[in-house]
Ligand binder design. Structure first.
Ligand SMILES: [Zn+2]
Length: 1155
């Protein structure tokens, strides 16, 4: 007997019939037969479960089962559909109107079966079609589809260039033809843009992180008109979810066994010879399990208290990865056009999209889509999220760069969508700076979402919903979707896991399900939305599955957590960085990009310093280059995308990145020149009466040995090309004449070969012994302390400082991303090189050493020491804060052609401490030097910024660097990561020449402010310029550059000076002007972790109106009381002192309104 027969009719089913079917009502005792008529077998579970696959699979029985009935009719006859194509020459990507102009007169006939390529080329198609009227199926169809499959990505446009839906060649092939075209018998034209790449670029289908295949062709498989069999397609999804219930529910749950039985009943009821009628019967049976409302959004109605899983659509579009930026621009159009189409058809659907940069590209390339998105944003369906410029890496960008990610991002969203975002959306990034909570809150983001930590390859992160706390105590409400993915296919299992694997169920019982195809874009499909309707129907009908809800936003989700946890007070806290136990190679891969990032960040700091000052008091006609500076920051932030800066993209991406950095540096240089010109400072020699100067953009004094570019200037010794430039504060540093150096003797650095191959390099502070390029001894003369720990290692080799080591680097997978703990087992010291003296005093001593890494690779290392120029007593008294340090510097030129090797340089130091300290955004992070626990082991390679330090109570050693980010300190070995050589996804990553610098800086006492400042100075070398000698203009320029400064606790760093975004003279009109005059933003942070005080100083005629403390978005928080501002008079005239008080590791921003 067919169980479907238990229903009296196949019309609308009633709840009592469902109840009866489920056995919840007792049947009447009198109907129970006295005699058994037929033996009934107990069904063998595994066989009846395995059988389910037959019904929907495309295997050997498909013609007897459901797949044979998804279409009612299909045609590709030329009577109804005709194709022409225009291959765009080269790898250009013209937009719709340009492409059509080019194509005019160049269209050629095309047909199914034709191939298109090679990889990365673009082909446009003109498609003419009319709907057949030759049968009742076509005439009576209430929906007709255009089905296109060329195996690659594409987009359908109407004749007037309106983007319709994206095509992917896999999950996205169909477009619903406008209703008024289906029965007018007329020819209609659409255009299709296809790009010869898949969702994951042109990756090897078997291993998509291998380098792309550049000669791929794509065959046109389908260009058909189709009448879909909608009930058959609906039954397919019904059966899928019921089948998943049978396979995936717990064995102990009755719902699992019931699902198997219901699915078997559906298969039994289906008759391929009577499909229409039996498909309807099958759907009726399905309703007994899924409920009656799965064909409409009504399924989500009802009491929301029991909603446990909030499902939110998203499509993670990597801004570049296995495809270049230019392709991303089209992926955005394709993906988001499809989402707008879904929003039209599924009222319950909510979609989030992040990254202001992507919205900006969309507005440029697809203005009509952008307008539609703005409308749907108003309706609450298409929800901008994230608040950042891109989903950036957060290991390597400086604190200031992260601030700019938010400043650019939030201002973009505010301008275009009328509101800021509340959630920092960062599902896919390789580690999370401890300062993110503080920076988020400063940018009005009180929620944070990520997922990547579930990829940890050593320890399982213990929380799902928690308060994440920065070192200064600021917290952000954090959720990591329990399904452990941001590209969930919205299967039943995804809904189940969204609660089952939640790790804080004692406190909060809801999870966010983030579904939709992603990484290469795409997003949710109608199939996913249909599945979710059924999942919800199932929960309300039979239970077992957590109740999934659509129609809520991410804000709603976080609101509900806040509500149920007493505003988060009951949630677990996690303090400090969220270290990602994976992808540790990304601190080093693609070292040119890392260097480009460091240089660009430094350039932007200096550029804003100079242009800000020039714009407040430079030449009257000087105009602050706001647009250009914004553009530069956008580019710098773009390249910090989480697959770009970390080095995990394909070669094509890095070709673009290189161009972007070169353009940025060139533009920055020009803008700086313009600003300097407004200050009468030139980079070119201005006749004989010029003076050489350098601009110190640091807010402290400097005294440094600098190579001068010309022999026109008198130096101390006729042959010497080095001078000492000194300044007691920011502004112009001038040549220090030692004859007049307040009676002191000439400082000196020397090097001599004391015995064969043994070189001693020294100044009055340190003495280094160099053998074969390694440092066998480094003595601090002040404390008479040996820094290098020389001992015999396990192989009987003497440990030395500056030892280059080549490690085998063959991670388990993910070459560009990973370096694995076992790579430390296979190491080879790079042999000693030949040393020759290249400079010998008085201000600098240097030797050059050439090392052979292998037959293919070499290092030329210049080891140098500058004369130690002590700050004199007067300087100390006036607290001029010239860092009192001396360090041994190493400048490397490496020709690098290795395979799967990792080059590092080691310094075994005579220091014992259980933790090492590393600079990070606006502060530092301490990490263990031991391997006590698996959490400690996991940190065998970590991220650093400009300095890394190992200190005991009264002595320490720091390693400075100018463009590196990978480091480790274990035991007493400090190890800077230099170069990697992964072969995927860029087969040529890091091959070629590289230059970089690092230094070893011993210091008395613990880690201190001099180290922090020395690292800043090391990264901001003093560049020489010229000014006219002793003219009023030169005087004025010097004063202006010194006019804003800081005095107070030395751990406080005045990190950035910039113009206020919403001053009248620089506003771009996108947001409201908030000050009619000129104002300056000053950012200060505590670099070492202590409550501190100081003053922002303004002098040389700067007058202030009001001073505001503001957030990172430059919104005023509160006015600094006028009575607390101190006005003093000294040698520099009136000095205005604005008091600053800062908590440990706090970042503070002030807006100073000038009169
Ligand atoms: Zn990603």
């Amino acid at each position: 007997m067919s169980s479907a027969g238990s229903f009296s009719s196949y019309g609308e089913i009633t709840q009592s019939e469902i109840n009866s079917f489920l056995g919840s009502e007792n049947t009447k005792r009198s109907n129970y037969p006295v005699y058994s008529t037929t033996p009934v077998a107990k069904k063998v579970k595994q066989i009846y479960e395995d059988r389910l696959r037959q019904f929907t699979s495309k295997g050997e029985y498909s013609k007897f089962n459901l797949p044979a009935f998804y279409d009612r009719a299909r045609t590709d006859a030329t009577d109804y559909i005709q194709l022409e194509t225009y291959p765009v020459p080269d790898c250009r990507r013209p937009l719709f109107h340009d492409a059509l102009k080019e194509a005019q007169g160049n269209w050629v006939l095309a047909k199914k079966g034709d191939s298109f390529g090679p990889s990365w080329t673009t082909h446009w198609f003109k498609v003419k079609f009319r709907v057949p009227r030759n049968s009742s199926i076509w005439k009576e169809a209430n929906q007709i589809l255009f089905n296109w499959d060329c195996g690659n990505e594409g987009m359908i446009f109407t004749e007037d260039g309106k983007a319709q839906v994206g095509l992917s060649g896999e999950e996205r092939r169909e477009w619903i033809i406008p209703e008024n075209w289906t029965n007018d018998s007329k020819w209609h034209t659409i255009y299709i843009e296809t790009s010869c790449n898949g969702m994951f670029g042109n990756a090897d289908p078997n291993n998509n992180i291998q380098p792309p295949q550049n000669n791929r062709y794509f065959s046109l498989v389908s260009a058909d008109l189709v009448v879909p069999n909608l009930p058959a397609r609906a039954l397919f999804v019904d059966f899928w979810i019921i089948g998943d219930s049978a396979r995936e529910f717990r064995d102990e749950s009755w719902q699992k066994h019931k699902a198997r039985e219901v699915a078997n009943q559906i298969m039994d009821a289906f008759d391929p010879n009577n499909p229409d009628e039996t498909i309807e019967q099958c759907r009726q049976i399905a309703r007994t399990y899924l409920g009656c409302h799965v064909d409409s959004p009504d399924v989500f109605k009802g009491d929301s208290v029991r909603d446990k899983v909030i499902a939110i659509g998203n499509c993670h579009i990597d801004t570049a990865w296995l495809w270049p930026y230019a392709e991303t621009r089209r992926k955005i159009g394709r993906s988001w056009a499809s989402q707008l189409d879904l929003i039209k058809r599924y009222p319950e659907y909510r979609f989030v999209a992040s990254q202001a940069q992507q919205f900006k590209w969309l507005a440029q390339d697809y203005p009509d889509l952008f307008d539609r998105i703005k409308q749907e944003a108003k309706n609450g369906s298409f929800i901008p999220i994230g608040g950042s410029w891109v989903e950036c890496d957060t290991n390597m960008p400086t604190g200031e760069a992260l601030v700019r990610q938010f400043l650019l991002g939030q201002r973009f969203f505010l301008h275009h969508f009328g509101k800021k975002c509340r959630t920092f959306w960062l599902p896919d990034t390789f580690g999370y700076s401890a300062q993110i909570p503080q920076l988020c809150r400063g940018a009005d983001l009180d929620r944070f979402l990520t997922q990547k930590l579930s990829w940890n390859n050593i320890n399982n992160f213990p929380n799902t919903t928690f308060n994440w706390v920065s070192p200064d105590g600021t917290q952000v409400l954090t959720h990591m979707p329990p399904d452990n993915t941001y590209t969930a296919p919205a299967h039943l299992g995804d809904v189940a896991r969204s609660l089952r694997t939640h790790k804080n169920l004692d406190i909060t019982q809801t999870g966010l399900l983030v579904y939709g195809h992603g990484d290469g874009g795409g997003g949710p499909t109608d199939e996913m939305l249909e599945k979710l309707r059924r999942c919800r129907g199932l929960s309300d009908t039979v239970g077992e599955l957590p109740r999934v809800k659509l129609g809520s936003s991410v804000d709603d989700f976080f609101d509900s957590i806040e509500c149920s946890t007493d505003h988060g007070k009951n949630l677990v806290t996690w303090n400090g960085e969220l270290y990602f136990e994976f992808h540790r190679g990304t601190y080093t891969s693609q070292s040119d990009t890392k260097k480009g990032n460091r240089l660009a960040e430094i350039m932007m700091h200096d550029l804003e310093f100079i242009t800000t000052l020039a714009s407040i008091q430079g030449a009257a006609d000087y105009i602050y280059p706001k647009r250009e500076i914004d553009d530069l920051w956008e580019d710098v932030c773009l390249n910090q995308f989480h697959d770009v800066l970390p080095g995990s993209s394909i070669e094509m991406v890095y070709e673009d990145v290189k161009k972007i950095y070169m353009h940025a540096m060139k533009t920055g240089e020009k803008l700086a020149r313009d600003a300097l010109k407004a200050l009468d400072i030139s980079v070119d020699l201005i006749g004989n009466n010029s003076e050489i100067v350098a601009i110190n953009t640091m807010p402290w004094g400097r005294s440094e040995v600098v190579k001068v570019p010309t022999s026109n200037f008198k130096t101390i010794v006729a042959s010497e090309t080095f001078v000492c430039l000194q300044t007691t504060q920011s502004g112009l540093a001038k040549i220090q004449k030692f004859e007049a150096f307040r009676g002191k003797t000439m400082p000196c650095a020397t090097v001599e070969e004391v015995e064969d191959g043994v070189f001693v390099m020294q100044n009055s502070r340190i003495r280094a012994t160099i053998i074969g390029g390694t440092v066998t001894s480094l003595i601090d003369k002040q404390t008479d302390r040996e820094i290098i720990a020389s001992s015999l290692n396990d192989d009987g080799i003497e440990t030395r400082g500056n030892q280059f080591v080549l490690f085998d680097d063959q991670p388990l997978n993910w070459q560009a991303w990973d370096t694995e703990v076992f790579s430390l087992n296979k190491r080879k010291n790079i042999p000693d090189g030949k040393v020759r003296i290249t400079h010998n005093g008085p201000l600098k001593a240097a030797v050059e050493v050439e090392h052979k890494i292998s037959d293919k690779s070499t290092i030329i290392n210049t080891i140098s020491l500058n004369a130690y120029i002590p700050p004199n007593e007067d300087d100390r008294q006036s607290e001029l804060n010239i860092p009192d340090v001396s360090y041994l510097e190493f400048a490397c030129e490496v020709d690098w052609h290795e395979e799967c090797k990792f080059l590092k340089v080691e310094f075994p130091v005579d220091i014992t401490c259980e933790y090492g300290t590393y600079e990070s955004q606006f502060g530092l992070v301490r990490r263990p030097t031991h391997y006590n626990t698996s959490w400690d082991v996991a940190k065998f390679e970590v991220c650093t910024h400009k300095w890394s330090d190992l200190s005991e109570y009264n002595y320490g050693v720091s390693i400075l660097n100018d463009c590196k980010y990978g480091f480790s300190i274990h035991g007493n070995v400090m190890r800077l990561s230099l170069l990697r050589s992964p072969k995927a996804p860029d087969a040529n990553a890091d091959m070629g020449t590289h230059s970089f610098r690092y230094a070893i800086l011993p210091h008395k006492g613990q880690l201190n402010a001099d180290v922090v400042r020395a690292a800043y100075n090391f990264n901001h070398p003093l560049d020489s310029y010229y000014i006219p000698r002793r003219t009023p203009a030169a005087e004025a320029a010097d004063k202006l550059l010194k006019s804003i400064g800081f005095e107070g606790d030395k751990n406080l760093i005045l990190s950035n000076i910039k113009r206020f975004e919403d001053d009248k003279d620089i506003s771009r009109g996108e947001l409201e002007v908030r000050y009619n005059g000129k104002s300056i933003i000053v950012r200060i942070y505590d670099s070492l972790g202590t409550k501190s005080k100081g003053f922002i100083t303004l002098k040389y005629g700067l007058k202030i109106k009001k001073v505001w403390k503001c957030n990172l978005l430059e919104e005023d928080i509160g006015e600094i009381e006028e009575t607390s501002i101190v006005y003093t008079c000294g040698n520099d005239g009136e000095v205005i002192k604005i008091p600053v008080e800062i908590r440990p590791f706090q970042v503070c921003t002030y807006r100073i309104e000038l009169t």
